[in-house]
Design a protein around this ligand. Structure first.
Ligand code: ATP
Length: 355
């Protein structure tokens, strides 16, 4: 990649005998927003801290702007960082917090004040420069932390779960705000989160991590629609998994309970009776019989959740329960639990997972 700005090369990190990051490679473009997404303990914070310089890798290298920074201290790397806890200095005003790094770096007062003013404008807290952190909401405090991280015009912004301490509404609005500021400044950003919705909605690309490895690197669209591994398929989004057995490998037929379901592809190399799992996203399944060339299965409605614009329906099919989403239609009464129902889907929406 020619416009790579940040490069992580073959990074490996162990604490004692515990391997936390392994064979980690990533190229991030100038101005790109990349999320590290994964469950607790998968190594995403450790990988971010290695980029920041708070941890040294056991082996491997980090390059920023073409320069090997692996052995440099955090303050020599020209990075800005925001953590989960607000971590503002409680005894300093908002303006002093934002200007802190500039002051330490010896910036003349007039320039510093101008820069702090610009940052306050950027985070839309122009009127709040004289307040103290305790006089701000959580969301406002995180915006100040963001402004403080960016005041020194860092080349790279590192965000470690910056939204996880906030309530749901604020999180969503701050997502949009962070992304807008990041785009406006064109700053190369790595964002750590365990929240798939956050990663999907904010990122140019996502690195899904599991057991210290990058399981898949891709755009949100690719990660969601073309999961490369079973872990990614299950971790990102809701996934229905139907356990079955190969009924006809050549025709791509799988038996689920007592029903034969078409997968729309040859199951090359599979034997009849071999266990196989079919995975389907809720939005790929319709309630009702197939129209045209879809596959149909029969079951009983177990549960109906009215979510507003969408109604999530859970249908029992033998031992499996699948979730599907139908759009709310005010003219049609919603499905009822206990009723018999058929579900249908297009074979091309089926992902095959090794059992
Ligand atoms: P979370 O979302 O819970 O923060 P994470 O994906 O960010 O998880 P890390 O914080 O990177 O995970 O931790 C990965 C693993 O490394 C964990 O098992 C953790 O206990 C271990 N670990 C992290 N730092 C150290 C350390 N300094 N010494 C020993 N083990 C550590």
């Amino acid at each position: 990649m020619s416009d790579t700005f940040l490069s992580i090369r073959q990074v490996h990190k162990a604490f004692g005998t515990t391997v936390v990051v392994q064979e980690f490679n990533l190229d991030v473009r100038q101005g790109e927003f990349v999320s590290f997404l994964g469950p607790s303990g998968c190594g995403k914070t450790t990988m971010l801290r290695i980029v920041a310089g708070f941890e040294e890798p056991s082996s491997g290298s980090v390059f920023i702007g073409g320069k090997d920074v692996t052995r440099l201290k955090p303050n020599q790397r020209n990075i800005g960082m925001v953590f989960q806890a607000y971590a503002l200095f409680p005894n300093m005003t908002v303006a002093q917090n934002i200007g802190f790094g500039l002051k330490v770096a010896g910036m003349p007062k007039a320039r510093m004040q101008a820069r702090v003013g610009e940052m306050l404008e950027l985070i839309k807290l122009q009127e709040f420069g004289g307040r103290y952190p305790y006089q701000l909401s959580g969301g406002q405090q995180q915006r100040v932390a963001l402004a403080r991280a960016m005041a020194g015009k860092p080349q790279v912004l590192l965000l470690d779960e910056p939204l996880s301490a906030l309530d749901a509404k604020v999180r969503v609005s701050l997502r949009e705000e962070i992304r807008a500021i990041q785009k406006e400044l064109g700053i190369t950003t790595i964002f750590v989160t365990h929240d798939q919705e956050e990663a999907l909605s904010m990122s140019d690309r996502i690195v899904v991590m599991y057991n210290g490895r990058a399981e898949q690197v891709g755009t949100p669209f690719e990660i969601y629609n073309k999961p490369a591994t079973r872990f990614v398929a299950g971790f990102v989004g809701t996934l229905n998994v139907l356990e079955g057995k190969v009924a006809d490998a050549e025709q791509g037929i799988v038996r689920i309970g007592a029903e034969d379901v078409a997968t729309g592809r040859r199951l090359a190399g599979r034997k009849v009776g071999e266990a196989i799992s079919l995975a389907l996203r809720p939005e790929a399944i319709s309630l009702g019989p197939k129209d045209g060339r879809g596959s149909t299965a029969h079951g009983v409605i177990r549960e109906v959740s009215f979510l507003g614009s969408v109604i999530r329906v859970r249908v029992a099919l033998g031992d499996d329960v699948v979730s599907l989403d139908t759009f709310n239609n005010p003219a049609t009464p919603p499905p009822v639990a206990g009723e018999k129902a058929s579900i249908s889907f297009s074979p091309e929406d089926v992902h095959l997972l090794d059992a």
